[in-house]
Design a protein around this ligand. Structure first.
Ligand SMILES: [Zn+2]
Ligand SMILES: [Zn+2]
Length: 136
């Protein structure tokens, strides 16, 4: 697989290009299949005929970074942001910590959620439980 932004040959499993730092699948200057420089306005490669995939913004499975981050900061003690991102185990742990202690351990789950919310917003958490990159 090739970086669509700079044409660098990259690992198909990589999320970002090691050369230019742009997320894989983003960019339209090079063919992802053969690495040929192509017309950015066209999604079809003139050399191999490869049709570029739909831009990530159109992927309905991508979770919103802002939404997840705010959930963590505002109601993170209930684990809502983790449920949203698919980290069900962590979400349940936070929820139970708050509920089973009758609020006694609420500060712990609150700070936990707050930190994760901030980590999401500051790009320290970049993907959901399925490994799908978060939508900016
Ligand atoms: Zn690149
Ligand atoms: Zn091509």
């Amino acid at each position: 697989m090739f970086c669509r932004n700079c044409g660098n040959d990259i690992d198909p499993k990589a999320f970002v290009c090691v050369k230019c730092g742009v997320r894989t699948g983003v960019g339209s200057k090079y063919c992802a299949n053969c690495g040929t420089e192509k017309d950015p306005g066209s999604s079809v490669c003139p050399r191999c005929g490869f049709v570029g995939v739909v831009p990530p913004a159109a992927n309905p499975l991508q979770k919103s970074r802002i939404a997840a981050g705010l959930m963590g900061i505002l109601i993170g003690s209930l684990g809502v942001h983790n449920f949203y991102l698919g980290y069900t185990g962590k979400g349940i742990a936070q929820l139970l910590l708050t509920l089973l202690s009758c609020g006694f351990l609420y500060p712990i789950s609150y700070v936990w959620g707050l930190i994760e919310g901030i980590m999401i917003l500051t790009n320290n958490i970049n993907e959901d439980a399925l490994g799908v990159p978060l939508r900016e």
